[in-house]
Design a protein around this ligand. Structure first.
Ligand code: AKG
Ligand code: FE2
Length: 292
């Protein structure tokens, strides 16, 4: 099938209004209490496995869980090949316009790929039952797939910028990010870092980027977990906890990121997909395409 993304629409107005409120709720246990109340009004499923329970326990306790092999190295290569040919942009420097990855301007650290949903396999990955189960356990209701993104982290920059510095994400009242490496990630290619337990601790709650030394003083250096590994390595993380993608040194890194959320976030990717004659709309509540 030949999908092309037709347009992206903004999240509904109430999502923006709720964002202003949730951003002010800083303490993790209060955020969870509010999310627990909301989740009582949202649908649940019957999906329950022992594997899901184990992954969820780890996620709850330390803030992330490594996922079992969802995609093979061969599949990671195939996805990388498809994504390599797609148009990129720098989300932090929109004035640079659009470019192919091999012609990326020198100042680009993050080359995000446009229209990743032209690859239907990415939606299947986002819908894999074990990830959905882990999210459901964490939220207390079925997750929505809020967005699917992929980007290259490009080497050759001295100074960290934006999400290359430690920060807490503020995407919604309760959300998780599923990170999947599509290239091998070593010390050279900007491994992702997470500070264990920081998703639960009411410390360092200002919305800003932090220096490593500040976060080390708050949580201890021994809590820093660095994710290096082969292509296909994937983990689900509560990125309200401190994290960053270290700047790539000499090799580029290709990362796939799926955001699951309790409710739509302001970053909601509302995907209208045109399949030539038929207009198919992606329904965030059922995680399915609706055929009109
Ligand atoms: O590039 C990374 O590893 C982390 C990016 C990040 O901060 C995020 O996706 O929220
Ligand atoms: Fe982040």
């Amino acid at each position: 099938m030949n999908y092309t993304i037709n347009s992206r629409k903004r999240a509904p107005l109430w999502v923006f209004a709720f964002q202003l409120i949730q951003e002010k709720i800083r303490k993790p246990h209060i955020r969870k209490a509010v999310a627990d109340i909301i989740s009582k009004f949202l649908p649940t499923s019957e999906n329950k496995t022992i594997q899901g329970e184990k992954l969820y326990s780890k996620l709850k306790e330390v803030g992330y869980c490594e996922m079992p092999n969802i995609i093979t190295t061969e599949e990671a290569d195939e996805l990388r090949d498809s994504l390599t040919n797609m148009i990129c942009f720098d989300p932090w420097k929109p004035y640079l316009g659009k470019f192919n990855i091999e012609d990326a301007p020198k100042e680009v650290h993050t080359a995000q790929i446009e229209n990743v949903l032209a690859i239907p396999r990415l939606l299947e990955i986002a819908n894999n039952p074990i990830a959905l189960e882990v999210c459901e356990r964490y939220f207390g209701c079925k997750p929505i797939i809020d967005s699917i993104q992929a980007w290259w982290s490009l080497p050759g920059h001295e100074k960290a910028e934006q999400a290359e510095n430690l920060h807490r994400d503020n995407d919604g009242i309760r959300f998780l990010k599923y990170f999947i490496y599509l290239t091998e990630v070593t010390e050279e290619s900007g491994p992702h870092v997470f500070v264990e337990g920081s998703h639960l601790e009411p410390k360092g709650l200002d919305i800003r980027r932090y220096e490593d030394t500040e976060v080390e003083a708050l949580f201890g250096k021994n809590k820093f977990r660095k994710f290096t590994g082969k292509k296909g390595l994937s983990f689900i993380e509560d990125t309200y906890g401190f994290h960053k993608g270290q700047p790539a040194k000499t090799e580029k890194r290709l990362l796939l990121q799926i955001r699951y959320a309790l409710m739509p976030t302001i970053f909601l990717n509302k995907n209208y997909i045109n399949n030539f004659e038929k207009k198919q709309e992606f329904d965030i509540y059922s995680n399915k395409f609706l055929v009109k």
